[in-house]
Design a binder for this molecule. Structure first.
Ligand code: DAT
Ligand code: MG
Length: 151
């Protein structure tokens, strides 16, 4: 079976605040494997494609303006249960409701500046990985730590 993968992005507020290493570190120490990473400034059109599910919401335009306002760190993380557990590491959408210990709970205060995106299920993970990355940008490798994290 193919190992599960999810799309994780640090939004422009997280990048500008210098939170890349803090956030990458949480996924890395948990035991997930980084298989793709790049820094990009998405166009407004690209942001709209990424958030197409939300196009009827009143905050859609502001959200897409924000995502395209600066550098985004786009990543693909791999591992058992990474889609669901990645969302747990991230915390609730509204940082006022995110538990302490989560990325948003520890590092963000308002929903419109919640520093990170993570795919919400297997279908969106597949779609978002395909939107942000070309197949050849995903790296297949064996992590030497895999034998330690698993047994
Ligand atoms: P999540 O990012 O947790 O998957 P979502 O998919 O419902 O949340 O919404 C995408 C982003 O849109 C979210 O990270 C921040 C913004 N957003 C969501 N609800 C909002 C609201 N009520 N007001 C302003 N921005 C909102
Ligand atoms: Mg979402």
């Amino acid at each position: 079976a193919e190992m599960e993968r999810t799309f994780i992005a640090i939004k422009p507020d997280g990048v500008q605040r210098g939170l890349i290493s803090e956030i990458v570190s949480r996924f890395e120490r948990k035991g997930f494997k980084l298989v793709a990473i790049k820094i990009v400034i998405p166009s407004k059109d690209f942001a709209e494609r990424h958030y197409h599910d939300l196009k009827e919401r009143p905050f859609f335009n502001g959200l897409c303006d924000f995502l395209s306002s600066g550098p985004v760190l786009a990543m693909v993380w791999e591992g058992e249960g990474v889609i669901k557990y990645g969302r747990k590491l991230i915390g609730a959408t509204d940082p006022q409701k995110s538990e302490p210990g989560t990325i948003r709970g520890d590092l963000a205060v308002v929903v419109g500046r919640n520093i990170i995106h993570g795919s919400d299920g297997p279908e969106t993970a597949k779609d978002e990985i395909n939107l942000w990355f070309k197949p050849e940008e995903l790296v297949n490798y064996t992590s030497n730590a895999e034998n330690i994290f698993h047994f």
